[in-house]
Design a protein around this ligand. Sequence first.
Ligand SMILES: [Zn+2]
Length: 127
Amino acid sequence: MSSRSLDDLLPDVAVKAKAFIASCQAAGIQTVVACTYRTDAEQTTLYAQGRTAPGPIVTDARAGQSLHNVRRALDVYPLVNGKLCGLSTQAERDLWEKLGQLGEAAGFEWAGRWVHFREYPHFQIKG
Ligand SMILES: [Zn+2]
C-alpha cells in the first residue's frame, strides 16, 4: 500500500511538505503528490519492477531502504496543462529545476540532483 496524503508523513516532515506545496502554488506551479508513505511490501513490489517483474526500473531502493518506508519522503510532479511534466524540453527541465529549488528551500534533499539514479519527483529529509 502507498499513500498520497501529506498527513501520512512524520509530523515535522509533513509541516515542511505543506510549506513546499504552498510555495509551489504561490509561484504559480500546479503540483500533484504521487506518493508519501509506502509500506515495505509495496517497496518490494516496486523494486521487482524491471528486474523480476515487467515494466521499467523505477527505484533503486529495496524494502526498508527508501525514506518513503519511514515517512520521510514524498514524490511531487509539476503539472503542465493538467498533465505530469516530462523532461523532454528545456521548458520542462526548467520547471523541474524550479520545483527542486522550492523543495530545497523548504528543507528537503532533492533527488533531481543525485548523480546515481536521479529521481526528479523525489524529495526527502533524512532522520
Ligand atoms: Zn520517491
